[in-house]
Design a protein. Structure first.
Length: 150
């Protein structure tokens, strides 16, 4: 497993690869070897395009490590279109567990591949921004890039 960190307009982002798949995009480093692989570099390039408003979808192989519930939530997050927001309740309904809003929030909190798995597009039922691993200011910036005004 390899990781490499980059400075971006939203702060330092660390991208991790394992066996030809991206396993983490995070705002902190992991315990693995520092190496800028071709896939990590391609991922960074696509992230830069996204952050500059020139990319809406990613073409990166990913591998999710988590519980079955978390994986269901993360898969549901990938169905949220660019420039749209949903609530935790919407995601709970989408995965067929209408009372799982808090569990959806916890799965979002554990999202290993931020931005590509767009947990930043999930907000509270009252349209308030709630927690984000990069901080609420980063979440606001990501939503602004996508043209979302709250």
């Amino acid at each position: 497993m390899y990781q490499y960190s980059y400075k971006t307009p939203i702060g330092e982002v660390t991208i991790s690869e394992d066996n030809g798949c991206i396993t983490n995009i995070a705002y902190h480093k992991l315990n693995c070897e520092e190496k800028e692989t071709p896939l990590v570099k391609k991922t960074y390039s696509e992230l830069q395009e996204y952050l500059n408003g020139k990319r809406k979808n990613f073409d990166i192989p990913i591998k999710l490590n988590g519980t079955q519930f978390q994986k269901r939530v993360w898969q549901a997050l990938t169905s949220i279109p660019y420039g749209k927001i949903v609530t935790y309740k919407d995601i709970a309904n989408l995965i067929g567990n209408k009372n799982a809003q808090r569990a959806v929030g916890m799965a979002n909190n554990k999202n290993p591949i931020v931005i590509i798995i767009p947990c930043h597009r999930v907000i509270g039922a009252n349209r308030n921004l709630t927690g984000y691993s990069g901080g609420l200011e980063v979440k606001k910036k990501l939503l602004k890039i996508e043209g979302i005004k709250l």
